[in-house]
Ligand binder design. Structure first.
Ligand code: RP5
Length: 165
């Protein structure tokens, strides 16, 4: 029997992958069953609707959606499913992702998209947020997340600065 996918990672183009792979890598690190796909809002609208409409039935707990420019993908997915959508603004060529950020974060009242930082940090944090959501009902996963945070604390605590000349 095939494994139930817990988190979907979708993006508007394969050019988004360099950013969105940061989400997939975190999910892999935490052992979360996930999939990664291109589902372009303006080039594949029917596939976008089908993905969103099937998400709950397929058992997805979250969809991490990344897009750049006039980034409709996260909001349109959210309009067609109540599975939580975590939006990642991808840095765009001309406006460096500020356009993506505004497109994703400014959802009108009633259909939320949880929006993360532009770029790699946002993609990684969206995945960490999905892990935290899943950890609510999974003590072993919560322990892994606590360990991840502890390692960061240790690394920051060990940081030193060069002496002032
Ligand atoms: C958006 O347009 C994608 O999410 C991507 O960030 C941007 C550019 O897409 P490509 O022209 O690289 O396919 O749809």
């Amino acid at each position: 029997m095939s494994e139930t996918i817990q988190v979907g990672v979708v993006m508007g183009s394969n050019s988004d992958w360099e950013t969105m792979r940061n989400a997939a890598e975190i999910l892999t690190q935490f052992g979360i069953a996930h999939e990664a796909k291109v589902v372009s809002a303006h080039r594949m609208p029917d596939a976008l609707f089908a993905y969103a409409e099937s998400a709950a039935g397929r058992g997805l707990s979250a969809i991490i959606a990344g897009a750049g420019g006039a980034a409709h993908l996260p909001g349109m997915l959210a309009s067609k499913t109540t599975v939580p959508v975590l939006g990642v603004p991808v840095a765009s060529r001309h406006l460096q992702g500020v356009d993506s950020l505004y497109s994703i974060v400014q959802m009108p009242k009633g259909v939320p998209v949880a929006t993360f930082a532009i770029g790699n940090a946002g993609a990684a944090n969206a995945a960490l947020f999905a892990v935290a959501m899943l950890a609510v009902n999974d003590p072993a996963l919560r322990a892994k997340l606590d360990e991840f945070r502890s390692r960061q604390t240790e690394a920051a605590t060990a940081m030193t600065l060069p002496p002032v000349a």
